[in-house]
Write a protein that binds this ligand. Structure first.
Ligand code: KIV
Length: 263
């Protein structure tokens, strides 16, 4: 994918959208020539690369730095970058500055969590020519208000609120919405009701697309395995084995050998 317009085309044609997080030159290079449609420079970078417990430490500067690293290595991919904690809560000017920094760093669109209380700001970004992806359900920037990383909208009243929020996002002009950790049946009915595309993470198979954190799908952090993650590779084991083989070869004096040495 090269533009956000392809999200609408994919939905119309029933083609699933594949999104993965990328944070650095290494992951962007890996994904640049591959089959994934678009890259998300997620504020999950705070947890995956910085080892923090949540995403709240992300700033516009941090997100712009990682967006730049990804954009340089994956120039042909559609790149969406997360607006950091509270960036859309300080009014239009602050949100515009934050979004502008991310687009200048190479993003083609931004993602913002929630909608209640800041739909007008999202609309202002869209009217300013900045494509916005929404994010509802489990919104990690609200982890303390939500009482932890839990499945959302299980109760009928919460499901109704989520439906209203999704329509509000659509009316604000968002081109897509991430649905995180919501019951599959609710995600399915929202996907059918909305004209914009839904991207699921822990939201069942019926969304218009899926997103996963690259570390999770590659099994880079074996200690983290929520229900909704499928580990498509056991990268941690491959890496550990490689490091062990290197250490053994050094200690045995078999690395470097003649071919690996200069004459
Ligand atoms: O920050 C992130 O990686 C995200 C995805 C989990 C959707 O927002």
């Amino acid at each position: 994918m090269k533009t956000i317009r392809e999200f609408a085309e994919a939905k119309a044609e029933g083609r699933k959208i594949v999104m993965v997080t990328a944070y650095d030159a290494w992951s962007a290079r890996l994904l640049a020539a591959g089959p994934v449609d678009c890259l998300l420079v997620g504020d999950s970078v705070m947890m995956t690369l910085y080892g923090e417990r949540d995403t709240l430490g992300a700033t516009t500067e941090i997100m712009a730095t990682h967006t730049r690293l990804v954009a340089r290595q994956a120039p042909d991919k559609l790149i969406i970058a997360d607006l950091p904690f509270l960036a859309v809560r300080k009014g239009n000017a602050h949100a515009l500055d934050s979004a502008a920094a991310l687009l200048r760093a190479g993003a083609h669109a931004v993602k913002a969590e929630g909608v209640r209380g800041h739909a007008d700001v999202l609309h202002h970004l869209v009217e300013s020519g900045i494509p916005v992806m929404g994010h509802l359900g489990l919104t990690p920037q609200s982890v303390h208000a939500l009482g932890g990383y839990k499945v959302q909208a299980r109760e009928p009243a919460e499901a109704a609120q989520l439906r209203t929020d999704a329509v509000t996002l659509q009316e604000a002009g968002c081109f897509s919405v991430v649905l995180e950790c919501v019951p599959a049946a609710l995600a399915k009915s929202l996907t059918e009701a909305l004209t914009i595309s839904t991207i699921g993470i822990g939201a069942g198979a019926d969304c218009d697309g899926q997103v996963l954190v690259i570390h999770d799908l590659l099994g880079i952090n074996p200690d983290f395995k929520p229900k909704f993650v499928r580990r498509f590779a056991d990268t941690a084991t491959v890496m550990k084995d490689g490091i062990a083989a290197y250490a053994e070869a050094v200690r045995a004096g078999t690395f470097p050998d003649g071919k690996e040495s200069f004459r």
